[in-house]
Write a protein that binds this ligand. Structure first.
Ligand SMILES: Cc1cc2nc3c(=O)[nH]c(=O)nc-3n(C[C@H](O)[C@H](O)[C@H](O)COP(=O)(O)OP(=O)(O)OC[C@H]3O[C@@H](n4cnc5c(N)ncnc54)[C@H](O)[C@@H]3O)c2cc1C
Length: 99
């Protein structure tokens, strides 16, 4: 067993979206930030492709890799609902092409 003792200003467990967002938002004047990840960052990929238009635009994801949802129709055996979506437009990413 490795007995090395590490010292740091901030220690973050997990390099998922939350851990990496926290690390990116920390002040620049911290001397040492450690993000501890128990396996390869980003794997396994956990997304079915749902995202928001504003994030797609912010990330510069090219047209053709996502499809905006303007409305949502939900069906059951006896009922049907139509949901008109507002200004915050959800998108479905083409996840394999995007990666
Ligand atoms: C099947 C599925 C589909 C999804 N589809 C979408 C989608 O389309 N759009 C969307 O926005 N969200 C989607 N989500 C939700 C999204 O994946 C989560 O909201 C997001 O991953 C949560 O981020 P997180 O950083 O909190 O946790 P995680 O992504 O789980 O990250 C935690 C990280 O910590 C690591 N870790 C855990 N324990 C330790 C430890 N003891 N030591 C070191 N490292 C550790 C793990 O390996 C992992 O990488 C989906 C989730 C699932 C399961």
């Amino acid at each position: 067993m490795d007995d090395t003792i590490l010292s740091c200003d901030v220690f973050i467990v997990g390099a998922g979206p939350v851990g990496l967002s926290v690390a990116a938002a920390l002040p620049d004047d911290l001397a040492t930030v450690i993000v501890h990840q128990d396996r390869e960052i980003g794997l396994p990929v956990r997304t079915s492709g749902a995202c928001w238009m504003q994030d797609v635009a912010r990330l510069g994801i090219p047209d053709g890799l996502f499809k905006p949802m303007r409305r949502n129709e939900v069906f059951s055996d006896k009922e049907q609902a139509l949901l008109e979506l507002g200004d915050e437009i959800p998108v479905i990413l083409d996840t394999p092409k995007l990666y």
